[in-house]
Design a protein around this ligand. Structure first.
Ligand code: ADP
Length: 393
């Protein structure tokens, strides 16, 4: 939390209290009345103090951070609008206790030990949230000032990052362990079994392949996560689809899978060509991977109103309904063994989703086990002649 902001809030509260604490006292009869009685003979000075107090009150009320003042018995005597929202305090009267036990305990410790406390708290009411709470005791143990900042999003992002690192390490561990075993096997076989050496070496090549694909996907994903936005250069989706279909046909032919397409001319979107290529490639790779020999894949690119639509349909194994909402999660696989066996990394659809969202679009899956799957990506379309004009002009 920004220390200047906390100090600012505390100073304002202290200034208000020493200037008579009008609004605090009016709300709770808080603070000894002697402070309120401190009079100044000069009317001009009083007016100046009043103005200052109103300005401070307004700053406190409008702050994005929550500010709560508790008296020496930890009874809330003031809460600004943000604090009321964050803690679910009623608009009218303040409750006699803070609704968060954790926060009350932190405030109690700060008051008892006479020092500032800073902690991120889990709050369950009025909504599940994380509040960075900074508690400063007031002079003479008269109470505490609590400054609250909503860090829910930050905490969630950190949690997801930690989870991702843990998942990625777990995923990397198995091919590395496999390579180690294979290398040891080669060393043994090298003594007297040249045929086994060839077999193990072939497996080493396959495992290294999988490892480098996994690393490439991890890098792609982390680059996508870092990128806050994408280029707005017009890119021809039709042309990307055609060239990716051509590249996928080789693997498809190996499984006697026919790829047909209906790619409309000049369907343009704004964005990053390499990312869009990656998106189409991942959908096509999956279609080939999860379609048995002799299957069919169909790719459609078309304009639909303001959208550019890409759909990849296969008549493969399909995805159970309960798994359909999860396939875009990192490392989620319906059948781990099958995914690994066919060289999957578990990251393809997470990449597809990221690219789509970075381009302002959406992706959906429609699938039935045993009948096949259709992945549909919708992106905001742009007119091709915008591009021609910008190049020409
Ligand atoms: P993977 O590398 O395992 O294919 P993805 O993120 O691309 O990872 O896909 C996640 C999971 O979704 C896959 O493991 C698979 O179970 C399922 N899946 C993806 N595409 C298809 C498809 N076209 N047909 C059937 N299942 C699919």
């Amino acid at each position: 939390m920004d220390m200047d902001m906390i100090e600012g809030a505390v100073l304002i509260v202290v200034a208000l209290v020493s200037a008579g604490g009008g609004f605090l006292m009016a709300r709770a009869g808080w603070f000894p009345s002697s402070s309120a009685r401190r009079s100044d003979p000069s009317t001009a000075h009083r007016a100046e103090v009043d103005r200052e107090r109103r300005r401070n009150e307004e700053i406190l009320q409008r702050m994005g951070e929550g500010v709560v003042v508790l008296d020496e018995r930890l009874k809330p005597v003031f809460a600004n609008a943000s604090a009321r929202r964050l803690l679910g305090l009623p608009e009218a009267a303040l409750p006699s206790r803070l609704p968060s036990e954790q926060l009350a305990t932190l405030a109690w410790r700060a008051l008892r030990e006479g020092r500032q406390m800073d902690q991120v708290l889990d709050v369950w009411f009025p909504a599940r949230s994380n509040l960075r709470s900074h508690v400063t005791p007031l002079e003479a143990s008269a109470g505490v000032v609590v400054v609250l900042q909503d860090v829910t999003q930050e905490v969630m992002t950190q949690r997801m990052r930690r989870q991702f690192v843990a998942d990625a390490s777990h995923e990397l561990k198995s091919p590395v362990a496999g390579l180690q075993l294979l290398a040891e096997a080669v060393r043994e076989a090298a003594k007297d079994d040249p045929a086994a050496v060839t077999t193990f070496a072939t497996s080493i090549v396959k495992e290294t392949d999988r490892l480098s694909r996994l690393i490439a996907d991890l890098l792609d994903l982390s680059r996508l996560e870092e990128a806050g936005s994408v280029a707005t250069t017009p890119v021809e989706l039709s042309q990307i689809a055609r060239s990716e279909i051509a590249s996928a046909s080789w693997a498809a032919r190996g499984k006697e899978i026919a790829i047909t397409d209906s790619v409309a001319n000049a369907v343009w979107v704004r964005g990053e060509k390499s990312q869009l290529e990656n998106l189409v490639r991942n959908l096509l790779d999956n279609a080939v991977r999860y379609t048995p020999e002799g299957g069919r894949i169909r790719v459609v690119v078309e304009r639909d109103g303001a959208d550019a639509v890409l759909s990849v349909h296969d008549d493969g194994i399909g995805i159970p309904l309960e798994a359909q909402s999860r396939v875009f999660e990192r490392f989620y696989r319906v059948d781990s063994a099958r995914s690994r066996e066919t060289g999957g990394t578990g990251l393809g659809l997470a990449i597809v989703k990221h690219v789509t969202e970075l381009h302002g679009g959406s992706v959906a899956v429609d699938s039935e086990v045993g009948s096949g799957s259709t992945f549909t990506v919708r992106l905001p379309a742009t007119k091709s002649h915008d591009n021609v004009r910008s190049i020409a002009g």
